[in-house]
Design a binder for this molecule. Structure first.
Ligand SMILES: [Zn+2]
Length: 489
């Protein structure tokens, strides 16, 4: 394994990682060839206030010289800073899949709205907040928020979206002198793709493949990631590079228990989730529970316009669905619909379902329970013993969900302290990311072994764990790129 740079340069290009090198957010990689400059992803840094403060600092890239920007998918850590590009001087075209094109403008506009709301709330001291308290932990004052940043607003989003071209999967398109692009299904969320950059022509043509975020090998909802023929250089994500899924965990059975209990006791179930990915997976699982007769009239509310767009996008772009579901949609079916499913598209509707008395399941953001409508739903019901809060996936240490899972017995909402009486259940196996075994299988499935693998989008320990297995088991040469260090490839 090598760290940083090496001397050989068979592709005749260089790569510079301006984010997501040793971390899981801020994807942004510059590809330079002799004749072209292409940026792959321009995502936001997410996590701590210090991480978020990095978003306002433009990467050291001359945007006026870029030929094109390629966006792998509509998650904010891959596309969230795109609307800053025109202000920074970018005048080229932006490429993403047609399904991502569908979602991208909405994601960026919703980010602009959120930035605006945060700016106003933090300026006048009305920013909503919540905190879970462990036994013995004293309630505290409101957290001190850093001043909110406004990175862009609706006009910048409009300028950006005017430059976007949606490209169907598996179609080659020329994007810069001697550079063409093919998107391959990544199986991660609706529209998510790996980006294959073909550089040069004829016998000298080389391929650089950016995995983007990859989905698991087996998903009940989405098609598995495309198996590439080969690539000279692969840049692979490693979000779950050191995790291996528990083969025994069947999320559907845990969900079946939650739903059965809720239907019997007329409980309210709050399922915090991310709008693109987790929400569609849950709706699909709940559709299967409906088919098994387990919902018994229990209504399911999807309280997120973006999550609704993600569901609708799968009907418009069935190529992202698992084969059985794809066939069903092509035949006119609606495998993600069931009579108990309700879309919640406004704050007024969201507040109305807060106060329902007959039980029901609410899917709402955010997945980390640190913002969004889920906080209001929790405030309404966390002190009720006829409420269940479902937890899943990674939770930031010390955050609301992390503490709730470890036995927090009180919670503060905007200064009001409440007892936690709601029941919490953790559901495993809902990740939209490939685990270590899936990543090994994906890289092992190439017909021609890649010449070199660069590992990004993961913590250093995740990258090292994946590199170790790739080197030992597949004999691949792995590099762990450092931020802003040019790597000849
Ligand atoms: Zn993603």
């Amino acid at each position: 394994m090598s760290i940083g740079t090496t001397s050989h340069s068979p592709v005749g290009a260089t790569l510079e990682f301006h984010g997501a090198a040793g971390e899981v957010t801020g994807s942004c990689t510059l590809v330079r060839t002799e004749k072209a400059r292409i940026l792959v992803d321009f995502g936001m840094f997410q996590g701590s206030p210090a991480d978020e403060a990095r978003n306002a600092i433009a990467p050291e890239i001359d945007f006026a010289l870029l030929d094109a920007i390629v966006i792998t998918h509509a998650h904010i850590d891959h596309c969230g800073r795109l609307a800053m590009a025109t202000t920074l001087g970018f005048r080229g075209k932006i490429y993403c899949t047609t399904a991502t094109h569908d979602l991208l403008g909405r994601v960026l506009r919703s980010s602009a709205r959120l930035q605006r709301a945060r700016f106003y709330e933090r300026s006048n001291g009305t920013a909503p907040w919540a905190r879970a308290l462990m036994p013995g932990e004293e309630p505290g004052p409101a957290p001190e928020f850093a001043p909110a940043q406004r990175l862009f607003d609706v006009p910048e989003v409009r300028d950006t979206m005017d430059r976007v071209e949606g490209v169907p999967l598996d179609r080659e398109v020329k994007i810069a002198p001697l550079v063409s692009l093919i998107f391959r299904n990544a199986g991660h969320i609706p529209g998510a793709a790996s980006a294959e950059l073909c550089i040069g022509s004829g016998a000298a043509r080389k391929t650089i493949l950016f995995s983007g975020d990859l989905g698991p090998e087996r998903s009940a909802l989405l098609s598995p990631p495309h198996k590439p023929k080969g690539a000279d250089v692969v840049i692979v994500e490693s979000t779950n590079g050191e995790r291996r899924r528990d083969a025994g965990a069947d999320p559907e059975e845990t969900l079946a228990q939650i739903v059965t209990r809720a239907a019997e006791r007329k409980e309210k179930v709050i399922m915090p989730c991310f709008a693109l990915g987790r929400a569609q997976l849950l709706v699909h699982r709940l559709a299967r529970l409906h088919a098994r007769g387990l919902l018994r009239g229990l209504n399911v509310y999807v309280d997120s316009p973006m999550a609704v767009q993600g569901i609708e996008s799968l009907y418009r772009n069935p190529e992202y669905l698992a084969p059985e579901l794809r066939e069903s949609v092509k035949a006119g079916g609606a495998p993600l619909w069931f009579p108990e499913l309700h879309y919640v598209l406004s704050k007024r509707e969201s507040m109305a379902i807060d106060r329902m008395v007959h039980g029901g399941i609410i899917l709402a953001g955010s997945g980390f329970m640190d913002a969004g409508p889920v906080l209001r739903h929790l405030e309404e019901s966390i002190d009720r013993d006829d409420c269940t809060v479902m937890l899943s996936g990674y939770q930031p240490e010390g955050g609301f969900a992390w503490k709730l899972q470890r036995g927090a017995n009180r919670a503060q909402f905007n200064g009001k302290t409440m007892n936690v009486r709601a029941h919490t259940v953790r559901v495993e196996g809902l990740s939209g990311h490939a685990d270590q075994d899936d990543l090994m299988k994906w890289l092992g499935s190439f017909e021609n072994k890649p010449g070199r693998v660069l590992i990004n989008h993961g913590s250093d320990s995740a990258r090292a764990a994946l590199a170790d297995r790739l080197t030992k088991e597949l004999g691949l040469e792995c590099t762990l790129p450092m931020r802003e260090v040019a790597i000849p490839i």
